[in-house]
Design a protein around this ligand. Structure first.
Ligand SMILES: *Cc1c(COP(=O)(O)O)cnc(C)c1O
Length: 418
């Protein structure tokens, strides 16, 4: 469910005309719906209402500070995977006691930063990392709260690039080695074992992988308890999918209905790390048609957004609905919708049926609130897009469009080239 709808053939973000925003702020333009973000956050919060929980939004899905602030005001936490994300979470006012830190390659500096700020816990992914966290904590005379990220070897049945919980993946500690790693961790002086973590992948559209993964984790947890290791935080990661095309993924309520019975009688704090399912369909990318070009075999719509603005189609072959911002009574045509970047992989849709479009008209790429702007780059020296948040009939610029000057910030020419 989201709040991008047509009124009299014109696309609206909540109660604001998308065309008016595109004209005011120019394109490419990211537009987010406040009420959609809020609704999705609350859907999680309410679904898990009966169980002690923290909803740690996965910042990598959308790190705009206004969006993080929105969740902070709802009592949300953050799942961070870098020092930069930790910095932004803190800047947005997210309580450090609600921040968890995952990632296979945490540096000393990042570990130190997290220890200084007293985050809730590290989700450690290897023995080397455990020893490194222990060493840094020792130097700081601290005890680092740690959960181990366990790889339960469950197939989430999603795109191979966004599956993370199989044996062949770099993430987490193989479940057969988990016990041994917990023993090692519990012997390290400057580590306090507090939790268990898993995250098996993204854009998961079935309940079964979540249930299966949780069951294996709970078996492990019982073994740990029999060794006297008490786990306080159970972090089940994110990964719930959204409907990009015709998927019918479960909603947070379905997840709660299937998972919470398994936790009955266990005194835990549950941590969830949703990213895509909260932000995904709360954002659109508005782009202008520059040219319509008839090739020998195909007809191309060349738009002013490129793979630097939204890389999901190029990277994963991802499908996104593309809608006209103003609907017209016209014949349909079959187009490849492509960007201006000098790469053949720079496309948003192939062989897509659309009502004929004309130069100067706007199109909206739907479902880009997660892994959209956050994966954007300056490739081809293209300044990054502006971002706007809409709330009812108001709108707010939440990130300026980059300028050419931004493109050379920090670059220096050595004396011998002057
Ligand atoms: C990416 C990621 C998430 C969020 O995944 P979504 O599919 O966007 O919900 C959560 N936890 C970890 C550790 C991640 O790497």
């Amino acid at each position: 469910m989201h709040f991008f709808k047509y009124h009299r053939n014109e696309l609206f973000a909540e109660d604001v005309s998308v065309k008016a925003l595109a004209e005011k702020y120019s394109t490419p333009l990211y537009i987010y719906s406040y009420n959609t973000l809020l609704r999705h956050f609350r859907a999680y919060d309410q679904a898990f209402n009966n169980y002690q929980h923290i909803i740690c939004f996965a910042i990598k899905a959308n790190p705009n500070i206004s969006i993080l602030r929105l969740f902070a005001k709802q009592g949300g936490g953050a799942d961070v995977v870098s020092g930069g994300e930790l910095y932004k979470a803190l800047k947005a006012g997210i309580s450090p006691r609600k921040i968890v830190f995952a990632g296979v390659g945490k540096t000393d500096e990042e570990i130190r930063f997290a220890l200084i700020t007293n985050i809730l816990m590290f989700n450690a992914e290897s023995e080397d990392e455990l020893r490194e966290i222990n060493r840094v904590a020792y130097l700081m005379k601290k005890k680092a709260p740690v959960a181990l990220r366990i790889n339960p070897d469950i197939d989430p049945e999603t795109h191979p690039y966004i599956a993370t919980g199989l044996k062949k993946h770099k993430f987490g500690i193989p479940i057969e080695d988990a016990l041994e790693h917990y023993r090692i961790a519990s012997r390290l002086e400057n580590i306090k074992v507090v939790g268990i973590h898993k995250h098996i992948g993204s854009q998961i559209t079935k309940i079964a992988p979540f249930v299966d993964a949780l069951k294996s984790i709970l078996i492990l947890m019982d073994k740990l308890r029999s060794e006297g290791l008490r786990i306080k935080y159970l972090d089940i990661g994110g990964g719930l999918g959204i409907s990009y095309k015709d998927e019918e993924p479960p909603i947070p309520k379905d997840l709660a209905k299937n998972l919470l019975p398994l936790l009955r009688g266990r005194d835990l704090t549950l941590i969830l790390e949703p990213g895509r399912s909260i932000a995904g369909n709360a954002g659109i990318l508005v782009t202008k048609v520059l040219y319509v070009k008839k090739g020998k075999e195909k007809e191309f719509v060349i738009v002013d957004a490129g793979m630097n603005d939204l890389i999901r189609p190029s990277l994963y072959g991802a499908y996104h609905h593309i809608l006209p911002v103003v609907k017209k009574q016209r014949n349909t045509a079959i187009y490849d919708i492509v960007g201006p970047i000098c790469e053949s992989g720079d496309y948003f849709a192939k062989d897509r049926e659309l009502k004929e479009v004309k130069q100067g008209e706007f199109l909206a790429v739907m479902g880009v609130g997660a892994y959209g702007f956050s994966m954007s780059s300056n490739y081809n020296c293209r300044p990054k897009a502006a971002e706007v948040m809409v709330k009812n009939n108001e709108h707010f610029l939440i990130k300026d469009r980059e300028t050419y000057k931004d493109l050379i910030r920090g670059e220096k020419v050595p004396a011998f080239l002057k």
